[in-house]
Write a protein that binds this ligand. Sequence first.
Ligand code: UGA
Length: 476
Amino acid sequence: MRIAVVGSGYVGLVAAACFAELGHEVISIDNDTSKIEMLQRGEVPIHEEFLPELLQRHRGKQLQFSSELPEAVRKSQAIFIAVGTPSTVHGDADLSYVEQVSREVAGAIDGYKIVVEKSTVPVFTSHWIRRVMLLDGADADSFDVASNPEFLREGTAVGDFLYPDRIVVGADTERCATLLRQIYEPLTSGEYYNRADIIPNTTKAKTPPQIIVTSTKSAELIKHASNAFLATKISFINAVANICEAVGADIKEVCQGIGTDSRIGTRFLNPGIGYGGSCFPKDLKAFSSVARETGYDFRLLQEVMSINADQRARFLRKVRSALWTLKGKKLAVLGLAFKGGTDDIRESPAIEIVRSLLKEGCEIRAFDPAACDRSREVLTEDGICYKASAYEAAHQADAMLILTDWPEFAQLDLPRLKTVMTYPIIIDGRNLYDPRTMAAAGFIYSSVGRADVQTPVARTNGKAEKTATAAPGKNQ
Ligand code: UGA
């Protein structure tokens, strides 16, 4: 199948590379010519596992890059729209880029094609796309509009695309549904998984995936409802973690106890400093706004968002209660990305926390394996410097904060860390360590939904000596 993917951000670029991997002829379009030139030169603009391999494998063959949308439309049978849908000031999705692309597609259509929403869009968007395309002169029989939401996570996007739990196709005509089924057939038939050179299955999803064909409106709702449900799960467990802290219970044990009920499941039950990223915060606002427009007040989502915001404030209170005063304190910060495995800092709770600490007069020494360059662009305040490793960040630090769940942060050399830090205090917003391990290693350790490790500290000759004990935490 000849496919055009409009927009070469996280979703568009990954989709384009993966469609090429499935054997389709793909043109990846972006109006940012410098990005297209970069991709044509073989550079990879985002940090995403297996993406460099796929681009290397297919660039200049199955996969072309271009800024010429009309030409790509004429050459393709399916046009996927994967442009940004940021939040407006009112919280609903700004669909102006989707509209602009739809109009350009309408002007170039020269035979039956399907126009497929891949970006996360509110219900009724397919209806609006069809309307503007008709108004812009496209013949009613020359196209169908479909919704094919993407469920990929940043950091594991290629794996999620090639090994999905399910593929959702919202199509209102059989002709359109048939074309979309053909596009995904290498996955749904299992043919892709029998090839010798496939990208390995790191997501543990069962193969082959099922394809769920629905109306376009249902598919649009499936995407928003999925993200809203996952965010609800996170806020729910954060709320339970807060109760654990108040009563001295252990959230890890509680999660095991509830997550083993197969109706609940253990995934997305990790408490922390709240969800961030380019999807959940934006999509919850947009879904809430869609509900309001339909006359339904989705109060649950308001509460999910409010618990999420509180979680960051609670973490800051923990920092304060561990350090007493903040002004002039030297803090090692591990992690700036909104989660491990990505260089994305959009809506990152870590960035927000760092900003608050800088305002309080702290000196921040930050390390992130991938997100330092991007952070430099947004954290322009004085008082922050970037280090090349966790140990460099920890050098002479009064405390260390763990803000992103990079796997390497869970494997620090604790004795070495203790030697380089001024005080052995760690406040872990991602629960990467067992409090008992930290107690044994002599750290004062505070995490989320678990007992604090309180360690009496006596300073002798510039070295801290201590006896560690795990004690029920009162972080408020
Ligand atoms: C999310 C969804 O997981 C994808 O299915 C969806 O396709 C994507 O949004 C999207 O709409 O494009 P992503 O934003 O990449 O993917 O990140 P997640 O892995 O979902 O994490 C989101 C946030 O929740 C992160 O800040 C993460 O640290 C936090 N989180 C996640 C928790 O605090 N606890 C958890 O148990 C899981």
